[in-house]
Ligand binder design. Sequence first.
Ligand code: IMP
Ligand code: MG
Length: 188
Amino acid sequence: MQQREHWSRSIVERLRILITGEEIAAKVAEIGTRITSDFAGESVVLIGVLKGAAIFLADLARQIKLDVSFDFIAISSYGNARQHSGEVKLIKDVDRSMAGLNVILVEDILDTGLTLNYIKNLLQAHRPRTLQVAALLDKTARRSQPVQADYVGFVVPDEFVVGYGLDFAERYRNLPDICILGSTSDGA
Ligand code: IMP
Ligand code: MG
């Protein structure tokens, strides 16, 4: 198992690296290049889904060689548990109308699809010119809604992952790699 020296052993013990920061960087560059060519000569708005997509959005934006602007929405669906509550709640809407704009929703991970379904419906009502989805990770095995991303970084197994923006109870977002979080006897 690969480990990062600067993390305390108590944290690293339960984490197994699934995708390294270097692999993520290469994939993000590839997605940025695709978006740059798909929208050549146009401008795009990246809408990040807080908080998980913040790091992905920051890196992706710098790989898109177009006129790019940002907006963010915040959604609550998981709380502090690993299981989806089945309920999606909007905590922060976009700041302005997306009418007539090329919108790319930026998500950390597509799991059941409940969150993405909700957000896509919300944004369709703005009548954007185009509406696409970039998801860094896709847990295809858990999909319950008929939604998919236009740009997918990695298809991941049905494991709980953290790092590069993804959290468990608000922790681990700052890990540079994407790691599988092992279970412990206390259920964390
Ligand atoms: P969905 O609505 O089931 O597709 O869930 C999407 C949201 O759940 C993501 O934006 C994440 O915030 C969270 N999520 C789903 N799977 C994981 C995971 O393995 N680790 C961390 N967060 C996850
Ligand atoms: Mg989360």
